[in-house]
Design a binder for this molecule. Structure first.
Ligand code: ADP
Ligand code: MG
Length: 262
């Protein structure tokens, strides 16, 4: 495989390994839902400490791409490696992978009948078998970091959407993940709450967290991403540094997409 491999659109799909030290590597990944070919020969590598923003039209496979990385979705062909190892299919190794690859969803997905503090402590105590006082101390520190320490004893429904999403980020961080995947983390939020969540994400990016972020927030892409990946119809159509991508998109599909959203 070379970085000069072309996909069906004629756009270069590579390079598979941009620079440095890859943490997540997808190589020739294909995925079908029944007869629907949702990921088509996807090659992409994410380096340790890199922030990759994934954009593209609805239905292009962005969520599916994210979900394959922590094996919420199995793939049909190709390979995915995380931290040098192929993704495990089951058992303890899969549980470990899921703790190493945190995921933040559009819909927060907090446990409704647990307090914010309990939500953040649960994974460390249940999965990582941490002592609860250790988990509690770190949970408070993380809630502090995302600015909602004073909400620790409330239930999710008592928080605003922006606060719930910050709690979800704290919960993901509590597992001390090697990478975080964000699938449209601000899409369900009222506009006035988008900023507070992006601010937390931007600070994580600056601190060197490896992040894959599906988002329509082009300001975040411009300021926090090392690389923008554009998907359409299950294909990785092009990828470039944000400034390059936004000022000089190469493919017709990217130009068309940007003309609609910018
Ligand atoms: P995006 O996140 O870019 O909007 P998705 O990854 O959610 O795209 O979906 C890609 C395609 O796969 C869409 O056509 C969608 O309808 C389809 N799809 C997603 N999940 C499933 C599923 N569990 N079963 C069948 N089809 C699905
Ligand atoms: Mg999606």
């Amino acid at each position: 495989m070379t970085s000069l491999d072309k996909d069906e659109t004629g756009a270069a799909a590579g390079p598979e390994t941009p620079t440095g030290d890859p943490l997540i590597v997808l190589d020739g990944v294909n995925k079908w839902f029944g007869s629907l070919h949702v990921l088509r020969e996807v090659n992409v590598a994410v380096d340790r400490g890199e922030v990759v923003v994934v954009i593209g039209p609805s239905g292009s496979g962005k969520s599916t791409l994210c979900r394959t990385i922590n094996r919420l979705e199995p793939i049909n062909s190709g390979s995915i490696t995380f931290d040098g190892r192929p993704l495990p299919a089951e058992g303890k190794a899969l549980a470990r992978l899921r703790s190493e690859v945190g995921m933040v969803f559009q819909s927060f997905n907090l446990f409704a009948h647990k307090t914010i503090l309990e939500n953040v402590m649960l994974g460390p105590v249940k999965v990582r078998k941490e002592k609860s006082d250790v988990a509690r101390d770190r949970a408070f520190a993380l809630l502090d970091r995302v600015g909602i320490r004073d909400q620790a004893d409330k239930y999710p429904a008592q928080l605003s959407g922006g606060q719930q999403q910050r709690a979800a980020i704290a919960r993901a961080l509590a597992m001390q993940p090697k990478a975080l995947l964000f699938d449209e983390p601000t899409s369900a939020l009222d506009p006035e709450m988008v900023g507070e969540v992006l601010e937390v994400m931007t600070s994580l990016a600056r601190e060197g967290m490896t992040m894959v972020v599906v988002t329509h927030e082009m300001g975040f892409a411009r300021h926090a991403a090392n690389r923008v990946v554009f998907m359409a119809d299950g294909q990785l159509v092009e990828q470039a540094a944000p400034n390059e991508f936004f000022t000089n998109p190469q493919s017709e599909r990217a130009k068309d997409f940007l003309s609609k959203i910018l």
